[in-house]
Design a protein. Structure first.
Lengths: 309, 296
């Protein structure tokens, strides 16, 4: 198991390095500098600004400086908000996004697994068709459409819930559902397929032959094997949740990281874009790693594969 | 036996059923998939023929009318400038469907070529190429596309390339797996022995044999691509006005949904139903062409 974790951690290093490198040079290659505003600035001021942010150095030197700063956890100053560092801005938005993502993930896993398992118990009956059709709607209805539709129904027509913001408990319901819905749908499909696969295996027949009651067979034996695909999906799902939170945060005006990122993109705040990209990408890589480890823990075969090699 | 008799005897034999006929029979039995196929054909025709079907242009304003609900003159109502919504949805559909097909083609070409070369070459080349795919796969692409659109401007060609560049990875993996299996078979050895070049073996023998999974995955890629385009257009980073797409129409609809809900509902329905149809068709094709593949 430790071998597996070590091996996968080492694999993550080139990925993160690639993200940093690609993003860094992509941002540098952008036409128009960060200080090209409508107001004409004298050449002297321009040069002083560039010197202050070390933009006058050759690109490779800037790159290594950036890597050096990064190693110390410093993402540099924001170009757009003077006097504020990217670190400060990220940590302002992060708790909100993390909370939103957590609620969405809980909704997605809970509803998704429940629907998938219920559907798998009686395949090709009404009990299968209804949850799976709902899952199809969840997949085909993107969050930027689902969010406004929910607002229209529950916020405006029925007037039950607030339509935007992130301060009261009620205001957190719609954003979390909107963000979680699509992943609930994917998880429902994955857990249905996984459960159906497991149900026909010999070890379940053995469990039944021992005379175990059906609910124990399902809860204790089938779930652990049947949900492996779900565990492996949690990493990519988390990445998707972060990207999806851009939309949900924009629709519901939630002051989180996603909104900062989209704003930074429109403001051409290059250090902010760079810092946020590197931060989010590293987070995603780490979560992919965690979800692979979880899947390996659930599937003994995967673990032993690594022990032998 | 005379020649004539042989000819009649051969004609009397039952016609052979090819694998493709077999798959088509299976697909025809799948009602949801056939519904999807018919819906898509109808939708594509309506969007293609839009200029001849509606009496309105998609920028024709009627400011005196303003936003009005569905009526006999305007079946799906009009927007705040009095523009006919049905016309705008059909014209938007042209862009959305076109992005779906073109960007998927980009992904298809890159993915199939890359995967086939890696699978055919095998050994170290293959290991290196697939490791590269793994690394790219782990990059957070949504963030990169947003970055690309911001940095290099909102240009439709770049949009195709960016989306295509994201979606080719899984295709490459699928094709490489197929080619790797096929490469061991005798007909490939035979092709090598008569001196065919690797490129023509890949093109004429390997890719046609891997066509089933390629078609299935292509059908499932199109809805992803259309979602991505709609998402970018919604953020204001994709299709730019005066051009229109479903994502853009939805984002306009959101702005005024309180007063004029139909501006959100109808474009939303157009997008959702099309994605529905594509997914049903994709699932049906998977069952028809590749009965062993697991559903996930």
């Amino acid at each position: 198991m430790w071998r597996f974790i070590l091996f996968r951690s080492l694999q993550a290093v080139p990925v993160i390095l690639a993200v940093i490198t690609v993003t860094f040079f992509l941002v540098r290659a952008a036409p128009g500098g960060p200080f090209d505003s409508e107001k004409a600035v004298s050449e002297q001021v321009q040069r002083a600004l560039e010197a202050q942010y070390q933009l006058d150095l050759p690109a490779y030197q800037q790159y290594f400086n950036y890597l050096g700063d990064l190693a110390q956890g410093n993402l540099g100053p924001s170009f757009y908000y003077p006097g504020q560092s990217v670190n400060e801005l990220i940590f302002q938005g992060l708790p909100v996004t993390a909370e939103l993502g957590l609620y969405a993930l809980i909704i997605a896993v809970f509803i998704g697994v429940l629907a998938g398992v219920i559907a798998s118990l009686k395949p090709n009956t009404i009990q299968d068709y209804i949850p799976m059709s709902l899952a199809m709607i969840g997949i085909c209805m993107p969050s930027f459409l689902l969010g406004p539709t929910l607002v229209l129904i529950f916020g405006i027509w029925l007037d039950w819930l607030p339509i935007s913001g992130w301060n009261s408990a009620e205001s957190k319901i719609l954003p979390s559902i909107t963000l979680g819905a699509m992943y609930a749908a994917y998880i429902a499909r994955l857990s249905r397929a996984g459960m159906l696969e497991v149900m026909s295996q010999d070890y379940l027949r053995t469990a039944r032959a021992k005379g175990l009651p059906e609910h124990i067979v399902i809860l204790k034996h089938a779930l652990r094997g049947g949900l492996i695909p779900v565990a492996a999906f949690l990493g990519p799902a988390f990445a998707g949740l972060l990207a999806g939170s851009f939309v949900v945060e924009t629709v519901f005006q939630v002051p989180g990281l996603g909104r900062f990122y989209v704003q930074a993109a429109f403001n051409r705040d290059y250090t902010m874009i760079l810092g946020t990209t590197v931060f989010l990408a590293s987070l995603i890589v780490v979560f992919n790693l965690l979800s692979d480890v979880l899947a390996a823990w659930m599937n003994p075969r995967l673990r032993f594969q690594f022990r032998k090699s | 036996m005379t020649t004539e008799e042989i000819v009649t005897a051969t004609q009397a034999l039952p016609k052979g059923v090819s694998l493709w006929d077999d798959a088509w029979l299976r697909l025809k039995k799948n009602k949801l998939a056939m519904f999807g196929l018919c819906f898509l054909i109808l939708m594509s025709l309506l969007c293609l023929l839009a200029p001849w079907l509606t009496p309105y242009g998609y920028e024709d304003q009627d400011l005196r009318l303003g936003a009005s609900g569905p009526s006999m003159a305007h079946w799906l109502g009009t927007d705040t400038f009095g523009r006919d919504l049905l016309t705008r949805i059909l014209y938007g559909g042209r862009v959305s469907l076109m992005v779906g097909f073109i960007a998927t083609s980009v992904a298809l070409i890159i993915g199939v070529t890359y995967g086939a070369v890696a699978g055919y070459a095998g050994g170290k080349t293959d290991a290196l190429m697939m490791r590269l795919v793994d690394i790219i796969y782990a990059l957070p692409f949504m963030i990169f596309i947003i970055l690309l659109m911001v940095v290099f401007g909102r240009n439709i060609l770049l949009l195709f390339l960016a989306i295509g560049a994201v979606e080719w990875l899984v295709m490459a993996r699928i094709v490489r797996g197929q080619v790797q299996n096929l490469r061991q078979q005798e007909f490939v050895e035979a092709a090598i022995s008569i001196g065919l070049s690797p490129w023509s073996i890949i093109r004429k023998h390997l890719i046609p044999n891997a066509l089933g999974p390629i078609i299935v995955y292509t059908t499932l890629t199109i809805p992803n691509v259309m979602l991505l385009e709609a998402f970018l257009s919604f953020l204001g980073l994709g299709i730019q006005p005066p051009q229109s797409s479903w994502g853009l129409l939805i984002s306009y609809g959101v702005e005024s949904m309180e007063e004029y809900p139909w501006l959100l509902i109808f474009p939303g329905l157009a997008l959702t139903l099309t994605l529905f149809a594509l997914n049903f068709l994709g699932d049906g094709l998977r069952d028809a062409l590749d009965p062993k593949a697991s559903r996930d």
